[in-house]
Design a protein around this ligand. Structure first.
Ligand code: SF4
Ligand code: SF4
Length: 194
C-alpha cells in the first residue's frame, strides 16, 4: 500500500514539474512575440555588405597591362585575357577581357594580385540570371558601376552586426548618425597628442 502511495506521490510531483516547465516555456515563447522581429525584410530591406565584401568583380580596361597574373593566381585560371603583341611599340595590347561568374568562386585572388589595381571587388551580390551564359561578363559588363544598396530609393539599408554602435545588436530603428563601435586610429592619435 505504502509503495503504491509513494508511486502516486512521485507521479503527481513529476506531473506538476512537467506542467511548470511547459508553463515556463510558453511564457518565454509569448514574451518573444512582444519583441521586434530580427527579420531583414528583403527585398525592401537589405543589409549593407561589409567593406571587404567579395562581390562581383569590377574591371577597368584602360588600366590592364595584360600581364595575366590574374589568370595564374586564380584557382581555376578563370579570367580570359585576349591580347596581341604590337611589334612596333613592343607592348601588349588588350583586345578582350572576360570573367565567367557562373564558374568564379569569388575568392578575390585576382584582385589581390593585380599589379595595376584594375580589378576590384564590388558589393554586388545579386547576380541571378535565367541563362548561365549571361553570367559570362565581358570587359564592358565588368566595367559597369556596381549596384549600391545605399543608393536604391526602394530599399532601406541596414547595417551588419560589426557596424552597429557598442551595445546595440539590432540594425532596425538606428539613428542615421549612429557611429560604429570603437574609434578610428587617427582619433586615438589625436587624443594621445592632447
Ligand atoms: S575571384 Fe577567384 S575564382 Fe574568381 S576570377 Fe578571381 S581568382 Fe578566379
Ligand atoms: S592581373 Fe590585372 S593587369 Fe594583369 S592581366 Fe589581370 S587584370 Fe590585367
Amino acid at each position: 500500500m505504502l509503495k503504491f502511495l509513494n508511486q502516486v506521490g512521485n507521479y503527481t510531483k513529476e506531473a506538476v514539474q512537467a506542467a511548470k516547465y511547459i508553463g515556463q516555456g510558453l511564457s518565454v515563447t509569448f514574451d518573444h512575440m512582444r519583441r521586434r522581429p530580427v527579420t531583414v525584410q528583403y527585398p525592401y530591406e537589405k543589409l549593407i555588405p561589409s567593406e571587404r565584401f567579395r562581390g562581383r568583380i569590377h574591371f577597368e580596361f584602360d588600366k590592364c597591362i595584360s600581364c595575366e597574373v590574374c589568370v595564374r593566381v586564380c584557382p581555376i585560371n578563370l579570367p580570359v585575357v585576349d591580347w596581341t603583341f604590337i611589334k612596333e611599340s613592343k607592348k601588349k595590347q588588350l583586345k578582350h577581357y572576360s570573367i565567367d561568374f557562373g564558374v568564379c568562386i569569388f575568392c578575390g585572388n585576382c584582385v589581390e594580385y593585380c599589379p595595376t589595381n584594375c580589378l576590384s571587388m564590388t558589393e554586388e551580390y545579386e547576380l541571378a540570371a535565367y541563362d548561365r551564359h549571361e553570367l559570362n561578363f565581358d570587359n564592358v559588363a565588368l566595367g559597369r558601376l556596381p549596384y549600391k544598396v545605399t543608393d536604391d530609393p526602394m530599399v532601406t539599408p541596414l547595417r551588419e552586426f560589426a557596424y552597429l554602435p557598442k551595445g546595440v545588436d539590432s540594425p532596425h530603428d538606428l539613428p542615421a548618425n549612429a557611429r560604429r563601435a570603437g574609434k578610428r586610429p587617427e582619433e586615438i592619435l589625436e587624443e594621445m597628442e592632447k
